[in-house]
Design a protein around this ligand. Structure first.
Ligand SMILES: NC(=O)c1ccc[n+]([C@@H]2O[C@H](COP(=O)([O-])OP(=O)(O)OC[C@H]3O[C@@H](n4cnc5c(N)ncnc54)[C@H](O)[C@@H]3O)[C@@H](O)[C@H]2O)c1
Ligand SMILES: O=C(O)C(=O)C[C@]1(C(=O)O)C=C[C@@H](O)C=C1
Length: 364
C-alpha cells in the first residue's frame, strides 16, 4: 500500500463519521473508513441503500433518535442535493466538520454562501475515483487507494477543519491535493468532464453502426467507451454545474476536429496530430504521481482457468519484481486473457525471461 494509505504512516484518527448518501461513493468511503477502524454511520433517503451498505461492511445504519455525537459528516448525494444536505448536517451536528464529495465545487460553495448560514465547518472535497456504476452494490473499499482526493477549502475554514478532511481522504488511502474550488472546476473540466463527453460522443455514434459491424469491436473501443455507461441523470447535474469550463474545452476540441479533418489529406500533419495524442497520454501521472512512461509492460497470456491468475502472481512474486500497475484484456475468440504487468524498466528483461522459463506465453 502507498505511503498515503490507511495501513502505512497512520493518519490522524477520525471521530464518528456520518455518510449521507450510501451509493457508490458513500458506501465505498464507509467501507474504507470502517476498514481503517473509524466508526461509520450511514444514512440515505432510500433507506434500503443504507441497509445494503451496512451489510457490505460500510458501517451502521444511522439512527437519528439515538442522539449520538457525530464528528465528521460526508455528504455523498448527487450534486443537486448537496447544498441542502450540507446545511442540514451543519445544523443537526453542531460539533461536526462537514464535507461533500461532489464532482463540482464552486457551484456548491456559491449556493451555500448565498444562504447566509454559518459555513465555516464546511470544507469541500472530491475524490478522483469512481466508476460508471451507481448504488451501494457497486462499492469497493479500495476505490480510493492511491487515487487523488482534492480538498477545496474556502476562506472561512479553520486549518484544523481542513486537516480533518485531509485525514478523511488519507484514511481512505488517497493522495491529498489542495486546490481552490474554481481551479478544481477548471481542472476537472479538462481531465474528467471533457473525457466523459468524448466517451459519450464515441459511444453515441455507435447508434449509426449496424450490428454486423459492431461484432468487430475490439478492446480499443471498449477502453474508450467504458465511462459512456455512466448515469445520464448524475452527469446532467455535473456538466450543467460546470458548463462554462466545459464549454471552453469543447470549443478547443471543435478547433482540433476541424484541424483533423484537414489533416486527412496531409500525412505529415496527420502524424503530427497522432503524436500530439501520444504526448498527452504520456503526460498523465500514474501511481504515486509517477508517469506510466517510467514503466515497461510485460504482457502475459493467462488461460481462463481456475488458479491461473494466482499461479502467475506467485511466479512474479518469486522473481521479486514490484508490480506498478496491472490491466487485463480478454481475448474475443479464445478462452484466454492478456495480463499487462507494468514494472520498472530495469526489471522488465528479467521478468520476461523468468516468465518464459516458467512456460508462460508472452506477447512480443
Ligand atoms: N460516480 C463517480 O464516479 C463519482 C466519483 C467521485 C465523486 N462523485 C460524486 O459523488 C456523489 C455521489 O455519486 P455516486 O456515484 O455515489 O451516486 P449514487 O447514485 O451511487 O449514490 C447517491 C446516493 O445518494 C442518495 N441520495 C440522493 N439524494 C439524497 C438525499 N437528499 N439525502 C440522502 N441521500 C440521498 C441516493 O439514494 C443514492 O444512494 C455525486 O455528488 C458525484 O458527483 C461521483
Ligand atoms: O469511472 C472512473 O473511472 C472515474 O474515476 C470517474 C471520475 C473521473 O473522471 O475520474 C468521474 C467523475 C468523478 O467526479 C470522479 C471520477
Amino acid at each position: 500500500m502507498s505511503e498515503f494509505g490507511q495501513h502505512s504512516t497512520g493518519p490522524a484518527p477520525l471521530g464518528t463519521t456520518l455518510v449521507v448518501g450510501a451509493g457508490l461513493v458513500g458506501t465505498s468511503i464507509g467501507q474504507a473508513l470502517t476498514a481503517a477502524g473509524v466508526r461509520v454511520l450511514l444514512s440515505d433517503r432510500t433507506t434500503s441503500h443504507a441497509v445494503v451498505a451496512a451489510g457490505l461492511g460500510a458501517g451502521e445504519v444511522f439512527d437519528p433518535a439515538a442522539d449520538e455525537q457525530v464528528d465528521v459528516v460526508v455528504v455523498a448525494t448527487p450534486p443537486q442535493h448537496i447544498p441542502a444536505a450540507v446545511l442540514a448536517a451543519l445544523v443537526k451536528h453542531p460539533q461536526a466538520v462537514v464535507t461533500d464529495v461532489a464532482s463540482v465545487k464552486s457551484s456548491v460553495l456559491s449556493r451555500l454562501e448565498t444562504t447566509n448560514e454559518e459555513i465555516s465547518r464546511y470544507v469541500g472535497s472530491h475524490p478522483m475515483a469512481g466508476s460508471q456504476h451507481t448504488g451501494p452494490l457497486t462499492a469497493s473499499a479500495k476505490l480510493f487507494v492511491d487515487r487523488t482526493w482534492v480538498v477545496t477549502p474556502h476562506v472561512g475554514n479553520a486549518p484544523e477543519h481542513v486537516e480533518v478532511v485531509r485525514a478523511l481522504a488519507r484514511s481512505c488511502g488517497s493522495r491529498v491535493v489542495e486546490m481552490a474550488p474554481d481551479e478544481h472546476d477548471e481542472a476537472v473540466a479538462q481531465v474528467s468532464h471533457l473525457p466523459q463527453l468524448m466517451s459519450t460522443l464515441t459511444a453515441g455514434n455507435l447508434r449509426h453502426v449496424p450490428d454486423g459491424h459492431l461484432q468487430l469491436a475490439g478492446q480499443g473501443i471498449r477502453d474508450v467507451t467504458r465511462i459512456a455507461g455512466s448515469d445520464p441523470g448524475l452527469w446532467r447535474q455535473i456538466i450543467t454545474a460546470n458548463a462554462d469550463a466545459v464549454r471552453a474545452e469543447l470549443h478547443a476540441v471543435r478547433a482540433d476536429l476541424d484541424e483533423l479533418v484537414e489533416a486527412l489529406d496531409d500525412p505529415d500533419a496527420l502524424e503530427a496530430f497522432m503524436a500530439r495524442g501520444r504526448v498527452g497520454a504520456r503526460s498523465l501521472p500514474g501511481k504515486h504521481g509517477s508517469r506510466p512512461a517510467d514503466w515497461e509492460s510485460v504482457v502475459v497470456e493467462i488461460p481462463d482457468a481456475p488458479g491461473a491468475l494466482a499461479r502467475l502472481f506467485a511466479d512474479i512474486e518469486a522473481e521479486g519484481v514490484n508490480v506498478e500497475d496491472l490491466s487485463i484484456e480478454h481475448d474475443a475468440s479464445r478462452e484466454v486473457g492478456w495480463l499487462q504487468v507494468d514494472v520498472a524498466p530495469d526489471h522488465a528483461v528479467r521478468l520476461r525471461s523468468a516468465m518464459q522459463a516458467k512456460s508462460w506465453t508472452l506477447r512480443p
